[in-house]
Design a protein around this ligand. Structure first.
Ligand code: NCD
Length: 361
């Protein structure tokens, strides 16, 4: 058996210098942090998807809902969201409520003692005293890793769940995207062998960076990165994909990719990261989809978007059967409930309840 890797067994400088795939192996121990896409194995993703489905079905009935709310009724979580968020905040909050886990929140660090000169690490360590888990979104890439490392080296380590960090990672979004793809292709052989086109601002979209990696865990998936050249996917992501031999193509020609894709993953321009309004000078019109394109898409294709959207998906396709973005939102709540339950190691209680009660699909 390989030696257990834990954040309390490594210096921060040494940890920081590791590659993403090496870092991933440090988040399996206790507490089980969720920080980067590279920590997941395919087996874990499949277990989480199966658990999300069980929770979803159990929650349909009042007795089931009442049962689910007992699962984490002894736990509290802090939602620390130091960056604008409504859907991800609400989705995590709803996931906690499904499991009976009470939430506390800090949504604006200006209301905390950080304004009195306290370091963010001290602020979070203080808040962590009141809760059993921290779900956090932060503008600084890697900050939640720092927090996880810091808490793992205290006498009260608690799990940290990354709900979006900087422009680099968004592992829970990638998990719900995998759940959405798995559900969409359930009768079509699953995710293996499918083509996924990422479209839009791939340079600064953290959802794409995390999901592209998770897709590399499946067999024969082909990825198209479709973006204006200034916003094309980063070399660092491509290096990771090269290392595992993933089949991908980077292009600016969206029309040629449309008929080939089993899933279109649309994204908005992330101009909040602009230094000087440079996004406004990029012509992004060709990286959008509307009713006129529907005929050239595969009949079984799914159109996804992490939302919020701007003009990249015209509202006139919202009711097309291939528009999956609203279902994707709801999937997020179930996938996050599955992840949070697994973080506390209580998933077997759902598996047993499901086997005993067999709720309808
Ligand atoms: C995404 C994010 O915050 O990265 N939103 C989300 O979590 N659903 C995508 C975005 O903001 O464009």
């Amino acid at each position: 058996m390989s030696e257990e890797k834990n954040l309390n067994k490594i210096l921060w400088q040494d940890f920081k210098a590791l590659s993403l795939t090496e870092k991933g192996s440090y988040f399996q121990g206790s507490p089980a942090h969720t920080l980067i896409a590279q920590q997941f194995s395919r087996e874990q993703l499949e277990e989480l998807c199966a658990l999300a489905t069980k929770i979803r079905r159990i929650a349909k009935r009042r007795e089931g809902g009442n049962f689910l709310r007992t699962l984490l009724s002894d736990k509290r979580a802090m939602l620390y969201f130091a960056q604008p968020s409504s859907r991800t905040y609400l989705s995590h909050n709803a996931a906690c409520q499904i499991l009976g886990l009470v939430t506390l929140d800090v949504r604006d660090s200006k209301t905390s003692s950080e304004v009195k000169g306290e370091t963010p690490e001290d602020t979070i360590r203080t808040f962590s005293s009141y809760v059993d888990m921290i779900i956090m979104r932060h503008p600084v890439g890697g900050f939640c890793e720092r927090v996880a490392w810091m808490l793992s080296n205290t006498n009260r380590p608690i799990p940290v769940l990354n709900a979006g960090s900087g422009a680099d990672q968004h592992p829970t979004q990638a998990l719900l995207d995998i759940y959405t793809l798995a559900r969409s292709f359930e009768d079509l052989g699953g995710i293996d062998g499918k083509s996924v086109a990422f479209v839009g601002d791939l340079l600064r979209g953290r959802t794409v960076r995390s999901l592209a990696w998770l897709l590399s865990l499946y067999t024969d998936v082909k990825v198209y990165f479709v973006a204006p050249k200034q916003l094309q996917i980063g070399e660092d992501v491509l290096e990771l994909l090269d290392a595992v031999g993933m089949d991908y193509e980077a292009t600016q020609d969206f029309t040629s990719v449309m008929p080939k894709a089993d899933a279109l993953y649309m994204t908005r321009i992330q101009d909040e990261w602009d230094a000087d309004g440079e996004s406004a000078t990029i012509d992004t019109a060709a990286f959008s989809i509307n009713k006129e394109h529907l005929d050239i898409l595969k009949e079984t294709a799914v159109i996804m978007h992490p939302l919020p959207r701007r003009k990249e998906i015209s509202t006139d396709i919202d009711n097309d059967s291939r528009a999956m973005y609203w279902r994707q939102m709801r999937n997020g709540m179930w996938a996050r409930a599955a992840l949070i339950l697994t973080t506390f190691g209580r998933q077997d209680e759902v598996n047993e309840y499901y086997a005993d009660n067999k709720p309808e699909a």
